[in-house]
Design a protein around this ligand. Structure first.
Ligand code: NAP
Length: 422
């Protein structure tokens, strides 16, 4: 029997699905001992800091992650950062294979004037802010304005638009970070525009997300019927199934009566942002549209136009992704998830993606190295292992229960470490 040591960097969906794939490839002759490193004190990646708090069902995949993590040959090393606590070279020496699963964390920018003004943010900052990611707890989110604008026509733009336009008491029973809930409750924003640079037939929203919009109880959702009819005409007689499903959902929204709620989400298509304007802070945004330039007064602009991966020393990058060939990077380094293929697909997409890469990894294994593991590199560095995380997790859930929430997140790293008992 051969036991190979594999280290996975990043405890998000792609990392857990890579671990699961390795576990599924085990035979009596081929065994894996898996260590997972995570720079935050808490695992689960985007399931904790990306998925919108009003979508709790999507987060139930964390049960799958915990099942993977509680198998015998799996160890969690949270609060350990690749780069500062260990280097990729050290991991390469100790392990038979290194799997990068660090996602795409940097928001793409528009590259237009005014993007640096106060009140112009990336979804890459705003989303982790409302989800209680420790690195974003203190960002400034000025919601003292009547109108907010979200740029982009993908599901992140939709999440951001919904979070801004929901009646904040609808978030009381969610795991929205306390600091964000407080600011949402004081928010003066009543109109939220979600703006696409192309027509509705090109929107990257998915139809289940569109179909949930008419169910919002305290928010009007507006789409212009002629925009959608124009898109249907341009899409032709036999549009792709996803496009047709989206356009059907949008036609339904365009036919809704304005319910007269105080809060409104309005979709603008064929609006390409050309400048964000203001002196000390955002005051308006100017678009180029088929009818000419249009300027809309607003105090907050959130850009949700995709992400790119942050660099890791010693790992080649190209076009915002780790340079790889079907998941193989170089030597004994592999990559899965958004760091591999860019920010696309839903959480489940990572399952088949990671399985294919792990098959490749297994096919390229030589004899086990038996060169030790990370524990030897971490002398004196505190880490949160699975049982410490379970303690922190139980604390958050118990604190949430008192208020009828699924959990109340601990934000501060030092407090998380203390509660975890390290
Ligand atoms: P996305 O789906 O790729 O959408 C990005 C949007 O940004 C597109 O509409 C794109 O328009 C627009 N865009 C790009 N560059 C632009 C520019 N310079 N100016 C104006 N608009 C620009 O990305 P995402 O919304 O970040 O989502 C990432 C992935 O996560 C997606 O696969 C998404 O489905 C998934 N996700 C799923 C859920 C869910 O299941 N509920 C929730 C959140 C995210 P063009 O098409 O014109 O380029």
């Amino acid at each position: 029997m051969s036991t190979y040591k594999v280290v996975i960097v990043g405890a998000g969906p792609a990392g857990y699905f890579a671990a699961l794939a390795l576990q599924n490839l085990e035979t009596p002759e081929l065994q894996f001992s898996i260590d997972m490193i995570e720079r935050l004190p808490t695992p689960w990646g985007l399931v904790r800091s990306g998925v919108a708090p009003d979508h709790p069902k999507i987060k139930s995949v964390s049960k799958v992650f915990e099942k993977i993590a509680t198998t015998e040959k799996f160890r969690l090393f949270a609060n350990i950062e690749l780069g500062s606590d260990v280097t990729i070279g050290q991991l390469q020496e100790k392990y038979d294979a290194v799997v990068i699963a660090t996602g795409s964390t940097i928001g793409k920018t528009l590259g237009i004037p005014g993007e640096d003004l106060l009140g112009s943010l990336s979804a890459a900052d705003f989303v982790p802010w409302y989800n209680g990611h420790p690195d974003f707890a203190n960002i400034s989110v000025p919601l003292d304005c009547e109108t907010a604008v979200v740029i982009g026509a993908g599901n992140v733009a939709m999440d951001v638009g919904r979070m801004l336009a929901l009646e904040p008491s609808e978030l009381d029973l969610t795991d929205t970070a306390d600091h964000a809930l407080e600011i949402f409750k004081e928010s003066k924003a009543r109109k939220v525009y979600i703006c696409a640079r192309r027509g509705a037939e090109h929107a990257a929203f998915t139809s289940p997300e569109l179909r949930e919009l008419p169910k919002l109880e305290h928010t009007n959702v507006l789409m212009n019927k002629s925009d959608i009819n124009g898109a249907i005409a341009r899409a032709g007689d036999s549009p792709e199934k996803d496009v047709k499903s989206n356009l059907d959902a949008m036609l339904l929204i365009a036919g809704l009566e304005n319910k007269g709620h105080a809060r409104t989400i309005e979709f603008l298509f064929q609006h390409t942002p050309i400048s964000i304007n203001g002196t000390d802070r955002v005051e308006s945004i100017t678009y180029s549209t088929p009818k000419g330039e249009v300027t809309v007064p607003c105090g907050l602009v959130i850009t949700a136009i995709g992400y790119q991966a942050a660099g890791i020393d010693g790992v080649p990058y190209e076009s915002g992704k780790v340079l790889n060939k079907e998941g193989h990077v170089k030597d004994n380094i592999y990559v899965v998830g958004w760091a591999k293929r860019g920010p696309s697909g839903v959480i489940g997409t990572n399952k088949s993606d990671a399985a294919a890469v792990m098959e490749k990894l297994v096919s390229q294994l030589a004899a086990p190295k038996n060169a030790g593991d990370i524990a030897e590199l971490l002398a004196g560095k505190k880490h949160i292992d699975q049982s410490a995380w379970e303690k922190l997790n139980a604390h958050e859930v118990a604190e949430g229960e008192k208020a009828g929430k699924p959990r109340r997140k601990v934000i501060e790293r030092s407090q998380a470490c203390e509660i975890a008992g390290i």
